[in-house]
Design a binder for this molecule. Structure first.
Ligand code: P61
Length: 473
């Protein structure tokens, strides 16, 4: 199949102009604050950006999760909600969309990604089994551990190096995986947990070659391969861009081919699928599906709504179709890249290559005078907020939590602050404001002091932890 690359008018004629493939129909006012107001708000929030009120935020780059703008088509779909308790017609639309675009056979809707992670972990992990994966994600690993599993990171080493330019830094190291299988035996492996793209590594993609090799290895040992498909459409873009043989394949075809190498997937639809709430789980195996479908009624809701309103499922079905349009994904990742290139030109240390959903500032290099236990990434998020009201997210030692066995902090190699770009929400001018603010705090970095944690919750501590500024030495 020859793929016709629909480009913007400027690009069709080889010009450098670039633009989003949509126009804005409705706007939401942004609130601007003074430095004094931000000092107060951040103090009340214990220097944790998760604890800020969104009314005190100017440009919100905390997350791309559920923060995207829906299209006019999706809003029209909201009016078609069939709110029947059982058998809502919107569920069948959603089922058809997932089967059509992702290619899996059986679908279970959930309220969001972690609802799906909970179900698959409970059903597919036996106590004491290992769950190898391409770098941990907070909620994914927690659900695997709560089900009695032991997460093992088998991502390639390059993923832990912010400067390494490997084009597929999300790949699994098959040697590491095989060593684990040989050491423990295939029966001790619950399944391989593959994420495309890898959030904590900087939104880095997995190659088609890697998933094919992984499939062969899993088949050899009779191990299942499940995919975290949360940002798999973005992953498909990188395959189209970087992997030989895919330049003329549409995103939709690449997505389906990739998923076809896996046995099932869980999804936070709040990202790629362009909705504010929702998730799903999809598997090919009938017996497993029946177990999952039984469990969903315990934790989420009936198997044809899984904690969602009918209108949410309709918006998701439409969002899935929009998400795989080449023009959409090119502009989405193009905007992330625009910000990344500005920062790179100004010498600011960020994870390279720029990934799909965010710019990750390398806080270790940014604040090289701070020890990791002084929370450099949390400090950076706090300073950025104080400078301009821009909200970002810590992805370092606070997010990594503690080793469940020893109780010690994990000291992740990557100590990052994430500037996450919501889909279809901010303009290029907003990106300029963000870049200038990062530059301002970078220029003032030498005088910046770190933080200490003064309150630490047991689960996913970074969401609710509180910090204090360290006093001057
Ligand atoms: C995010 F600070 N991500 O990136 P749910 N898999 C993957 C995700 O990125 C993901 C989920 C599963 C969020 C929200 C969030 O530590 C945090 O729909 C690759 O959020 O339940 C979510 O999907 C879970 C932010 C989650 C965090 C956990 O911003």
């Amino acid at each position: 199949m020859t793929h016709i690359n629909p480009q913007t008018m400027g690009q069709q004629f080889g010009r450098r102009s670039w633009a989003e493939p949509w126009k804005i129909k409705m706007v939401e006012r942004l609130r601007m604050t003074t430095r004094e107001e931000r000092e107060r708000a951040l103090g009340e929030a214990g220097f944790n950006t998760f604890l800020l009120k969104s009314d005190d935020v100017y440009i919100d780059l905390l997350t791309d999760s559920g923060t995207g703008a829906m299209s006019d088509q999706q809003w029209a779909g909201m009016m078609l909600g069939d709110e029947a308790y059982a058998g809502s017609r919107n569920f069948y639309h959603l089922e058809t969309a997932i089967q059509g675009y992702y290619g899996y056979k059986h679908i279970v809707p959930t309220h969001q990604g972690r609802g799906a992670e909970h179900l698959i972990s409970q059903v597919a992990i036996k106590k004491g089994q290992y769950v190898p994966g391409n770098m941990y994600f907070t909620t994914t690993r927690l659900h695997q551990e709560l089900a009695g599993g032991i997460f093992v990171d088998v991502i390639i080493d390059e993923a832990h190096d912010p400067e390494n330019l490997n084009p597929f830094k999300g790949n699994i190291d098959l040697g590491k995986l095989e060593t684990l299988i040989r050491r423990e035996g295939a029966g001790k492996i619950a399944y391989v947990s593959l994420a495309g793209t890898v959030n904590m590594a900087g939104g880095q993609p997995v190659s088609m070659a890697n998933v094919k090799d992984l499939r062969a290895l899993c088949d050899k040992h009779g191990i299942k391969l499940y995919l975290d498909a949360t940002r798999m459409v973005e992953n498909a873009f990188f395959i189209q861009e970087r992997e030989a043989g895919y330049a003329n394949q549409p995103i939709a075809a690449i997505l389906k081919e990739f998923c076809g190498h896996t046995d099932g997937a869980w999804m936070s639809a709040k990202k790629d699928n362009l909705v504010n709430i929702g998730g799903w789980l999809a598997v090919n195996e009938r017996v497993l599906f029946e177990e999952l479908r039984n469990l969903v009624v315990v934790y989420e809701g009936l198997h044809t709504y899984g904690g969602l309103a009918g209108r949410d499922m309709e918006a998701m079905a439409i969002g899935i179709a929009e998400s795989v349009e080449d023009a959409h994904i090119r502009s989405r990742i193009g905007q992330v890249r625009y910000l990344g290139e500005l920062l790179t030109d100004w010498g600011i240390p960020i994870v390279q290559p720029v990934g799909g959903h965010a710019i990750f500032l390398n806080a270790k290099a940014f604040y090289s005078h701070l020890k990791q236990i002084e929370f450099p990434a949390q400090t950076l998020a706090a300073e950025l907020y104080l400078d301009s009201g821009i909200r970002s997210m810590e992805r370092g030692i606070a997010s990594a939590g503690r080793d469940a066995k020893t109780g010690d902090h994990y000291y992740p190699k990557l100590e990052l602050t994430r500037l996450t770009i919501p889909r279809r929400v901010y303009t290029q001018a907003h990106m300029d404001v963000v870049a200038e603010s990062v530059k301002a705090i970078f220029d003032a970095r030498a005088a910046t002091r770190g933080l200490k944690m003064i309150y630490e919750p047991k689960y996913l501590r970074f969401f609710q932890a509180r910090f204090e500024r360290l006093s001057a030495k």
